[in-house]
Design a protein around this ligand. Structure first.
Ligand code: C2E
Ligand code: MG
Ligand code: MG
Length: 709
């Protein structure tokens, strides 16, 4: 029996003979060499004396040949596998009745042929040769001792040999298992007791029964040689059951869609490579790959197209990297790559980055899915072991964090950066909690009034989300919206806000107030062609006229995917919904785009408003924005109006609507209604009455006007 787990490990580790593994293999080979020479010499000198040509010996040789040729891979519980050569029954039987040299030849010739034709590393056949020679010699010696026979002169098998034969089988099993398990253990950097036991247990259940069959095999042959082939039947059964078990395990370890390893198998591989890592400084690289905008593709073109895309991406990733690099599908549109970064091949980071670039380049070519040509882009996060983490779960999590940064910054590939980790881990935690918060109804909507600049009358309200966090108290939008915007969660969140806000308009209408609500939209939602339909459904459900809903988008939101955004906004606007450009002045939109967008409202960012009474530049910006907006036929809203002086200035400039703390900070719906009653009763008149008669101006910049009646 040889272990496939030893194959790769041996090849890598034996390069240096002074390691414990190198010394062990050297010791085994040195111990086996004199036995081998002696056994072969004895066979060459007098083959006939030992009864080489006896029918039972010929049949056993035949059995060994078949067993060796039909070797089968046996699945281990922990995802590794063994190559089980089914010749053990006949080998042990042969040890009892044939010269040692013949046993060695019968076992080693197929082994050498197999290893040499498959181009295996020299260490493998050399070790297995030593293992076979020592095991066979120990077994033969045991038998001779127990049965009182001569080591070099085998005799006919007799009925009194059955008990010594059982002892021989036991020694064969113990020595063989010991030699193999030890080599596997030494090829790992850490010797784990659980794994050692798994290997021993594996041998007991597979090799054990086959070895135990050897005395039966010879006892049967005493009765009739014709019965000997029947011994093959259980061997065949073992083989078939092992094949089934392997198939079963393979399907549990692989993703059905792409055929690539799945997440648990990837983590297992990663674990194994981490435990077997070379002390010579070979690093490991883990890459977390996530497709950009996969959900939209899936939603727009359907799941079959999505599946076809995932299959194609899986194929591309697999063929872009050498066979020894693991490519897995973690689920959804997430893939992972695991590679060794040998110390001799340059800095690990440079090697990993080069691989990531190769992967990006592979994904760059357009994909044809459902007759549509798609440009697929992905974000890749890189984490290295041992530099960034030493456990499989931590390493994958860090690659995930790096991917998340790459996606957020739109840079394609990012390497894990510990300095950003505290922040990012917190953000990941926040995302998980937000997910639950949505389900638990912890999000509530606050409303901030928007007032007519001249009369102070409420003309609308902006819906601003808040999170009643169970541990951290009330969280403002800025504390979780930017995080939510990096995932699909924002779409769900916006729908929650939309529904609450539209329901609130219904309530205001029922109270006799005729004004609408403004809801902020994020980039993901604006690229979602289902949005107009969702909005319509809500408006219909709450019997709210579309013109009472304003959707606020920032310039950058639109510019991220202008083509799609323009289309979605046009659909919404065609349905009667109003569109506002939020935080105007902070983004990179051009005039040309503003014209094309066909919006209704321009909200001047509060950074220009807050300082405008004292900052000339801000005054100029606000004034020209108002002019520009009016020329384009837009309604101008100033946000962040914090004092009466600024309010008065905005009146002078001809801005139509103000929003800010000078009127009222955002309030929960019941408090807003309460405030509204007071505002309409007397607050409004008082506030307008207290506005300064002339705004504070610098000569030449503003034309002071008289306070309106
Ligand atoms: P925004 O849309 O520009 O909202 C105005 C922000 O300015 C609000 O902050 C509001 O509380 C604050 N604000 C109002 N008046 C004043 C003032 O006089 N002075 C100052 N300094 N600030 C004032 P908030 O509620 O923290 O929201 C921050 C941003 O988060 C919003 O900016 C908006 O972009 C986003 N946001 C809020 N709610 C939602 C939502 O439901 N969905 C999405 N996608 N984004 C939201
Ligand atoms: Mg807004
Ligand atoms: Mg704003």
């Amino acid at each position: 029996m040889t272990s496939s787990a030893t194959r790769g490990a041996l090849a890598r580790r034996v390069s240096s003979p002074v390691t414990p593994l190198g010394l062990y293999i050297g010791g085994v080979v040195l111990a086996a060499l004199p036995v081998l020479i002696w056994a072969l010499a004895a066979l060459a000198l007098e083959p006939r004396v030992f009864g080489v040509g006896r029918p039972v010996v010929v049949l056993l040789l035949f059995g060994i040949a078949i067993g060796e040729l039909t070797s089968v891979e046996v699945a281990l519980r922990d995802s590794r596998s063994y190559l089980l050569t089914l010749s053990a029954t006949f080998t042990v039987a042969l040890i009892l009745v044939a010269p040692l040299g013949l046993v060695i030849l019968a076992q080693c010739i197929p082994l050498l042929v197999d290893d040499l034709t498959r181009g295996k590393h020299w260490s493998r056949p050399v070790f297995n040769l030593g293992q076979y020679v020592l095991t066979a010699a120990a077994a033969r010696w045991t038998f001779c001792l127990l049965a009182g026979q001569d080591f070099l002169t085998p005799e006919e098998f007799r009925s009194q040999d059955v008990v010594p034969a059982i002892g021989t089988a036991l020694v064969y099993f113990v020595v063989n298992t010991g030699l193999v398990v030890l080599v596997i253990a030494l090829s790992s950097r850490r010797i784990a007791a659980r794994r050692l036991w798994a290997d021993v247990h594996q041998n007991i259940t597979t090799l054990g029964p086959m070895v135990a069959m050897a005395p039966v095999c010879l006892a049967v042959s005493k009765f009739s040689l014709w019965l000997l082939p029947a011994v093959l039947l259980p061997v065949i059964a073992v083989r078939e059951i092992s094949k089934l078990a392997l198939e079963h395990r393979d399907s549990a370890q692989h993703d059905a869609l792409t055929g690539l390893p799945n997440r648990s198998f990837f983590l297992f591989q990663l674990d194994r490579m981490l435990t077997e890592a070379e002390p010579d400084g070979t690093a490991l690289g883990v890459m977390f790959i996530d497709l950009d905008h996969f959900k939209e593709i899936n939603d727009t073109l359907g799941h079959e197209a999505g599946d076809a895309l995932i299959r194609d991406i899986g194929r591309r990733l697999r063929s872009a990297v050498p066979e020894k690099v693991t490519v897995a599908r973690l689920g959804g549109d997430e893939f992972a790559v695991l590679t060794e970064l040998p110390s001799g091949a340059g800095a690990p980071l440079a090697q990993a980055e080069e691989l990531a670039e190769r992967l990006t380049a592979t994904l760059d070519a357009p994909v044809n899915v459902a007759g549509v040509r798609l440009e697929v882009r992905a974000s890749i996060g890189i984490a290295l072991a041992p530099q960034h983490a030493r456990s499989s779960a931590a390493l994958l999590a860090k690659a995930d964090i790096a991917m998340y940064l790459a996606k957020g910054d739109g840079i394609g590939v990012a390497v894990y950066d510990p300095s950003k980790d505290a922040n990012t881990t917190e953000r990941l935690l926040l995302l998980t909690q937000l997910h639950d918060a949505l389900a638990a109804g912890q999000l509530s909507v606050y409303y901030q009034p928007k007032c007519d600049v001249r009369t102070g009358r409420v003309v609308g309200a902006e819906a601003l989300v808040r999170w009643r966090h169970p541990d951290r108290g009330l969280l403002g939008a800025d504390q979780f919206i930017p995080v939510a915007e990096t995932t699909e969660l924002i779409t769900q969140l916006t729908l929650v806000v939309l529904e609450q806000a539209i329901a609130q308009v219904r309530s205001w209408l029922d109270q006799g107030h005729w004004f609408g609500v403004a809801v902020n939209l994020s980039v993901r939602h604006l690229a979602d062609v289902r949005l107009p339909e969702q909005v319509n459904t809500l408006l219909t459900r709450y019997r709210v006229a579309p013109e009472l809903l304003t959707l606020e988008v920032t310039e950058n939101t639109v510019m991220t995917d202008p083509h799609r955004a323009v289309a979605v906004l046009a659909m919404l606007r065609a349905g009667g919904v109003k569109i506002a450009i939020d935080d105007y002045g902070t983004g990179y939109s051009s005039l040309a785009y503003l014209k094309r967008l066909a919006v209704d409202e321009l909200k001047i960012d509060r950074s220009f408003i807050v300082g405008m009474t004292s900052d000339e530049n801000n005054q100029i910006i606000v004034r020209s924005t108002v002019e520009l907006g009016h020329n384009l036929g837009l309604r101008l809203v100033a946000e962040g109006v914090e004092d009466a002086e600024t309010w008065r200035h905005l009146q002078v400039l001809g801005c139509e609507v103000i929003q800010g703390y000078t009127v009222q900070a955002p309030l929960p719906a019941p408090e807003f209604d309460e405030w509204l009653r007071r505002w309409d009763a007397h607050g409004r008149e008082e506030a307008v009455g207290k506005l300064p008669v002339r705004p504070h101006t610098r000569p030449g910049h503003l034309e002071p006007v008289e306070k309106p009646a």
